[in-house]
Write a protein that binds this ligand. Sequence first.
Ligand SMILES: [Zn+2]
Length: 220
Amino acid sequence: MVLLEHPGLPPEEARPDSPPEGKEAEEEPKCEVLHVSGKGKGLFARSDLGAGQLVLRESPLLLMPNEVYSADDMDRIERWLDRRLNALSCERRAAFFDLSDCRSPSDDKTVLGIFFTNDMDFGGDAALFPDMARANHSCAPNADFVSRLGRGVQDLVATRDIKAGEEITISYLPAAKEGSDVREVRQDYMRQWYGFRCCCKACNMEVSRAGLPTPCTEGA
Ligand SMILES: [Zn+2]
């Protein structure tokens, strides 16, 4: 009779489904995407936020190298986008197609239109962050984005105190036009590049001083 050596039980290992000790519970999101009448969707604070506080941290859904972006070859850009979009999960692809296209607000949205409406600078490249892209424009914004290239994330940071329920806005204006106190300069840019008439608080204040009507299509 041969005695078989009992193989014994493997040493007990940490169960993979148990959270590592000391791991903090996932933080509650500080903002949420809500519908805004006449403006599509917008980003809103879920709680009071202090100036300098992180509102949202996001990794890019798409990251287009500047070499492709600035080549000004729309066929090449479209091919690049199609390839990358096809490689995404259904959920991520749906998040892309849910974004707005300022050139075709109806159902005729195009891949190029969606990308150019929502892309942000990311260290000289063009990146798309689907949640951050929900932040509407204001000429007097309460948040700004900061690229953390080393970590591969974009941070949206409050630039002043924001109350719970308040809309979180950023400026779409390029640095050269940012802070322009000439309403027409800002409005011309927004109309030309984003196809809407800005009706943020800063623009509205100037209009009401001038006593003009203010049909509102976008802005906070
Ligand atoms: Zn404005």
